[in-house]
Design a protein. Structure first.
Length: 292
C-alpha cells in the first residue's frame, strides 16, 4: 500500500485529506502544534532539518502539502511569519521530497491572481495583490524549481466544519444563528470550495498520478454576498441580517483582495474526469454533515 504524508493534518483541509486518503492509502498525518490524529507526527515545516528527518523516517511515495499560514490579514501584518511558513516552509518540503524521491502535491490558492479578469485558467499569469498571495506564489516557484514531478493544486475560499477553526461559511452560520448583522461584499467573486470536495479531488490527483498545475475548486463563480445568502437559505437562517456592501467600504480589511479570483475547473474535469460540486450540492452536503 502506498504511503501518503499529509502536512497540516490538523487543519480543515488536512483533516478531510486524512479521512479521504485513508480509504486507499497508508496515511501519515503531521502537525506542528495541535495533533488531531492519534498517529500524527510533529513536524515544523520551517525547520528544514526536521522536515527531512521526518520524511526520511516515513518514506512516503506522496506528500500532500496542506500546511500554510492562510490568514490573509496576518500575512500582511506579520510578513516574516508568512514568508517563513508559506515560502521557506514549502521550499523545505519540496527539497525533502526531491531527496527521498516522493511526489509532491502543493495546495496553492486563487490569490496568486490579481482579480482583474476572473475565471482564471492554469495558464493565466499570476500577479498577487497581497502578501499572502506573494508567499504562496513563491511556494509554487520553489516547487517548480526543486521537484521534477509535482502537482500544484490551486483552490479558492475553502469552507466546511472544523472543530477548532472558523471559515467564511461557518462564520456566516454562527453570526446569523446569533442574530448578528453581517456586511458582505457583493463585488468580490471567488469559487467557494467545500473541503471534502477538495480532498476528494486531491485523492483523484494521486490515483491518476497526475502532474502539473490544476485548479481544484468549486464549480461556480459567485460573489461573497450571494454565497452568504445561499448559506442562509440552505441552513434556514435570516437573510435580512446579511447586508450587501462594496469591497471598498469594508474597512476591516488591511490586505487588498483580488476583485474576481474565480477559477476555471475545465482542465481537472477534462483530464482527471472529476466533477467539482456546485454551490447547492456542496452546501447540501455540508448541512447533512452538520456536527450534532
Amino acid at each position: 500500500m502506498e504511503r501518503v504524508l499529509v502536512t497540516g493534518a490538523s487543519g480543515l483541509l488536512g483533516c478531510k485529506l486524512v479521512k479521504a486518503l485513508s480509504e486507499g492509502y497508508e496515511v501519515i498525518p503531521t502537525h506542528n502544534t495541535h495533533p488531531a490524529h492519534p498517529s500524527s507526527k510533529r513536524m515544523d515545516i520551517v525547520d528544514g532539518d526536521e522536515v527531512l528527518k521526518v520524511l526520511e523516517g516515513a518514506r512516503p511515495e506522496w506528500v500532500v502539502h496542506a500546511a500554510a499560514e492562510t490568514n490573509v490579514e496576518k500575512c500582511e501584518t506579520d510578513k516574516e511569519l508568512a514568508w517563513s511558513v508559506n515560502a521557506e516552509g514549502t521550499r523545505n518540503v519540496a527539497s525533502a521530497c526531491m531527496k527521498i524521491g516522493a511526489k509532491l502535491v502543493y495546495v496553492s490558492t486563487d490569490y496568486v491572481f490579481d482579480g482583474e479578469k476572473g475565471h482564471y485558467s492554469e495558464d493565466d499569469e499570476a500577479n498577487p495583490v497581497n502578501y499572502y498571495g506573494v508567499t504562496k506564489l513563491e511556494g509554487e516557484r520553489f516547487v517548480r524549481e526543486l521537484c521534477e514531478d509535482f502537482i500544484i493544486a490551486r483552490t479558492s475560499v475553502l469552507y466546511g466544519w472544523h472543530p477548532s477553526g472558523m471559515n467564511f461559511a461557518t462564520w456566516v452560520i454562527d453570526s446569523l444563528k446569533s442574530g448578528r448583522r453581517i456586511s458582505v461584499a457583493q463585488d468580490h467573486y471567488n469559487s467557494p470550495t467545500l473541503a471534502e470536495d477538495l480532498a476528494e479531488m486531491i485523492m483523484r490527483i494521486v490515483e491518476m498520478n497526475a502532474s502539473g498545475v490544476y485548479h481544484a475548486a468549486g464549480s461556480e463563480r459567485v460573489s461573497r454576498y450571494d454565497f452568504a445568502m445561499k448559506i442562509a437559505e440552505t441552513f434556514e437562517l435570516d437573510k435580512l441580517l446579511v447586508t450587501p456592501v462594496k469591497m471598498k467600504d469594508l474597512k476591516v480589511w488591511l490586505a487588498k483582495r483580488p476583485r474576481d479570483s474565480s477559477l476555471s475547473v475545465d482542465k481537472i474535469r477534462r483530464e482527471l474526469e472529476v466533477s467539482p460540486l456546485n454551490l447547492n450540492e456542496a452546501l447540501k452536503r455540508m448541512k447533512e454533515k452538520r456536527p450534532k
